[in-house]
Design a protein around this ligand. Structure first.
Ligand code: ZN
Ligand code: ZN
Length: 463
């Protein structure tokens, strides 16, 4: 379908663009530090002083990283399709789960990603998978900031799938995922800088020693079997895969720097470089937080007004204000399939005998929905033609193309997922229970969306 193609392309472009932006901003800042500013203090903490990366290495790393961005873009299309199918548990309104829950999901996504990374990474070091999935990353024996996204396409996919799986399991705000992306890319680039960035006391403090250092991941590039974790040392410690000389190598690097008798000028220069990098990273995080607000704003732009169709494609509702200038919302049935004899379906389950012969098309199915928050409506009633009962109901607009409507009896609620109706959508044929091209749209051009007129016309035609 045309609109889905455009949406998929947009999704790809957005993800590809943001990934590359994040990659080049972060690698740019750290490359500035280690290739241009070169503060002496930091240069003394080179983790592999005997080896240098070549220009060829860096070119390969950048090209592979751009390819990784494209794979992330493709994975975003998959994520979009799953979102449309209602699988993704992303929510846009912080109030849905509360601020405390949102704050809790930040460490949750980081800890979950660390576990995902450790185990998929460990699997990729199996000889059968290594040559297909992970060899590109390990061509970099001396990592540079640009190594961060230097993956084989299949490895890139395995990283991208973490987000897909996590968001389909855990309700998560897009802002939390945006924060996680920024956190991931900064930590990832830090791990590949080639120079130890953490302070000398890092491994002596119980508060920090479980957080990975650059030496930790650099050792992985030197000896692949060790140090497979991303953010934390836990999994390597528990699974016995921590490099036996990890702590010794960290202290050795720092000892080299301490042995250097720096002139006051060099000392000042080192401090200044540190401040420039910290400032740039801070700026980057600030911009990321601003971008974080973007998806929530997009949701605010949506409205309940218009035509909505059920997931089963067996009913189209026209939703709008109950009366002009009313702030309550009503929904009218503008289409349901005919009955098995090809006749308009009637309201047979209605408790009122006189109404059993009225056609369903044209009846008011929902009413009294009052705004109760951003894109939320409460206090509504919904009439179910399936059993002739009326239920308490709430509605909310999830995105520009998705809405949900709850129908509740006492505490038992079920949620109906609705898609915004787009002309040309296939509709349910009750005779074959398959989706077929519809005649609803061609009827549409005769009159505007006035539902009563639609209903009357349907009635007239059936006579
Ligand atoms: Zn690496
Ligand atoms: Zn590896």
């Amino acid at each position: 379908m045309g609109t889905h193609m455009i949406a998929a392309l947009l999704e790809f472009t957005k993800t590809f663009g943001l990934d590359l932006l994040g990659y080049f901003l972060t690698t740019g800042v750290f490359a500035l530090l280690v290739f241009k500013l070169k503060p002496q203090r930091l240069m003394a903490r080179k983790i592999q002083p005997q080896r240098e990366p070549t220009g060829k290495d860096i070119k390969r790393e950048i090209l592979a990283s751009i390819r990784t961005g494209a794979v992330f873009g493709l994975a975003a299309i998959l994520g979009y399709a799953l979102f449309q199918a209602g699988v993704m548990r992303v929510y846009f309104d912080v109030a849905d789960y509360g601020l405390l829950y949102l704050l809790f999901t930040i460490p949750l996504v980081i800890v979950a990603h660390d576990a995902w990374f450790y185990w998929t990474h460990r699997a990729m070091h199996h000889p059968k998978l290594f040559k297909h999935m992970h060899v590109t990353h390990h061509l970099s024996r001396v990592p540079t900031p640009f190594t961060a996204f230097s993956f084989d396409p299949l490895e890139a996919l395995s990283h991208a799938l973490f987000t897909t799986v996590f968001v389909s399991l855990v309700p998560v705000h897009p802002g939390v995922m945006a924060f996680h992306f920024v956190f991931m890319i900064i930590r990832n680039v830090m791990g590949h800088t080639g120079f130890e960035l953490m302070p000398k006391w890092w491994l002596n403090s119980t508060w920090t020693r479980w957080i990975n250092t650059t030496t930790h991941h650099d050792l992985h590039h030197q000896r692949g079997g060790y140090n497979l974790g991303l953010y934390f040392t836990w999994w390597d410690k528990w699974m016995g895969t921590e490099h036996p000389d990890y702590e010794a190598r960290f202290h050795e690097t720092w000892a080299r720097s301490d042995a250097l008798d720096l002139a006051a000028d060099d000392d000042r220069q080192s401090k200044l470089a540190g401040r420039v990098v910290a400032g740039l990273i801070g700026l980057f995080v600030g911009v990321a937080l601003l971008l974080t607000a973007a998806p929530s704003r997009a949701a605010d732009d949506t409205s309940l007004e218009g035509r909505w169709i059920s997931k089963a494609r067996d009913i189209i509702l026209d939703i709008g204000p109950c009366q002009a200038a009313s702030d309550e919302w009503c929904g009218t049935i503008v289409w349901v399939p005919t009955d098995t004899n090809g006749q308009p379906r009637l309201d047979r389950m209605n408790k009122d005998h006189a109404l059993k012969s009225r056609p369903l098309i044209g009846i008011k199915m929902g009413w009294g929905f009052a705004p109760s928050g951003t894109n939320k409506f409460d206090g509504g009633r919904i009439y179910s033609p399936d059993d002739g009962n009326t239920y308490k109901s709430k509605a909310r607009v999830v995105s520009a193309t998705q809405a949900e409507m709850d129908g509740c009896v006492f505490i038992f609620c079920r949620t109906e997922h609705l898609d915004r109706y787009v002309p040309g959508m296939k509709l349910l044929d009750p005779a074959t229970m398959t989706l077929v091209d519809n005649t609803y749209d061609t009827r549409e051009t005769e009159a505007d969306s006035d539902a009563d007129a639609d209903g009357a016309k349907q009635l007239a035609r059936s006579d």
